[in-house]
Design a protein around this ligand. Structure first.
Ligand code: KIV
Ligand code: NA
Length: 276
C-alpha cells in the first residue's frame, strides 16, 4: 500500500519511527522501496552526489524533476518527497507555489521540501493551501552555504537555539506537514520534537526525532566528498564497487571475460558462407 502524509503523522502519534533515505534513480529507489523504507527524499544533494557539484546551489528545477520522476516510478509504497532547489522559491511566494506544483505534476512527488523557517511562513502557507504537503527543512540549511560560510552545527547557544525553535513553531503554524532538522544538537531536536505536533525527521539531530534520514551514498560509503560526524557507514559499497570494476578490467584485459557461456551462437555454416 502506498504511504501518504497520514502514514507519517500516524507514526508520530503511535511513537513509531519514520525511515527516510535519499534516492535519485529508479534502480536504487526500487531496492529501497522493496526494503520497506517509509519515505524517499529526492534531495537536492543530488547536485553533489549525482552531478559532482561542490554544493547544492547549482541544482535546477529541471534536475529535480528529472530525478524525481525516476524515483516516483519505483516507489510502490514509499512516500516521495522532492526538494525545491535553490532560487526556485526564494524570489516570491508565487514562484514557490508554481515550482512546488511542477515537482508534483511533472516530478510526480507527493510532497515538497524547502529550506526555511519564519522567513518562509507565507511560502509554506500558500503551497499548503494549494494542497501540496510541505516538509520544512530547518537547522543547517545547505542552500545557505554561501551566507553561512560553511556547513556547521546550528543552535548550540540560547540565541540560535531559540531562533530554530521559533522556526519550528512558525512552519507548523504555516501548515507544514513535517519538519526536517539538520545538524542541530540532540537536546534541541528532542525539545522541538516534543513541542510540535507534526513529525520531525532528523539528520545529525540525534535519536529523539520522530524519524531519521541519511544520504544513501553516505550510509553506503560510496561518496568521499564531505564526511560528517553524523553519518554511519552501514556497508562499504564504494569499496565493493571498486573491487568489481577492477576485476572486470582485469578479466577483459586477460581475456577471461566474456567466456563462451556469455556468447550468442550462430546457425551452422553461416560464417563459412560469409567468407565466400
Ligand atoms: O538534499 C538532501 O539530501 C537533504 C538531506 C540532507 C536531508 O536535504
Ligand atoms: Na536538500
Amino acid at each position: 500500500m502506498k504511504n501518504t502524509i497520514l502514514t507519517l503523522q500516524k507514526r508520530k502519534q503511535n511513537q513509531q519511527k519514520i525511515t527516510m533515505l535519499t534516492a535519485y534513480d529508479y534502480t536504487t529507489a526500487k531496492l529501497m522501496d522493496e526494503s520497506g523504507i517509509d519515505c524517499l527524499l529526492v534531495g537536492d544533494s543530488l547536485g553533489m552526489v549525482m552531478l559532482g557539484y561542490d554544493s547544492t546551489v547549482s541544482v535546477t528545477m529541471e534536475d529535480m524533476i528529472h530525478h524525481s520522476k525516476a524515483v516516483a516510478r519505483a516507489a510502490k509504497s514509499a512516500f516521495v518527497v522532492t526538494d525545491l532547489p535553490f532560487m526556485s522559491y526564494h524570489t516570491s511566494v508565487y514562484d514557490a507555489v508554481l515550482n512546488a506544483g511542477r515537482l508534483i505534476k511533472e516530478g510526480q512527488a507527493q510532497a515538497v521540501k524547502l529550506e526555511g523557517g519564519q522567513a518562509f511562513y507565507e511560502h509554506i502557507k500558500m503551497i499548503t493551501q494549494a494542497s501540496i504537503p510541505v516538509v520544512a527543512h530547518i537547522g543547517l540549511m545547505p542552500q545557505s552555504v554561501l551566507a553561512l560560510g560553511g556547513y556547521k552545527v546550528q543552535g548550540k547557544d540560547y540565541k540560535h537555539a531559540k531562533n530554530i525553535v521559533l522556526d519550528a513553531l512558525a512552519v507548523e503554524q504555516a501548515g507544514a506537514a513535517a519538519i526536517l532538522l539538520e545538524c542541530v544538537p540532540a537536546g534541541l531536536a528532542k525539545f522541538i520534537t516534543q513541542l510540535v505536533n507534526i513529525p520531525t525527521i532528523g539528520i545529525g539531530a540525534g535519536a529523539d526525532c520522530d524519524g531519521q534520514v541519511l544520504v544513501y551514498q553516505d550510509m553506503l560509503s560510496m561518496y568521499d566528498g564531505i564526511s560528517s560526524k553524523f553519518v554511519k557507514s552501514f556497508a562499504s559499497i564504494g569499496e565493493q564497487m571498486k573491487q568489481a570494476f577492477k576485476l572486470y578490467c582485469q578479466e577483459v584485459n586477460n581475456r577471461q571475460f566474456p567466456a563462451t557461456n556469455h556468447e550468442f551462437s550462430i546457425e551452422d555454416n553461416v560464417i563459412e558462407k560469409l567468407k565466400l
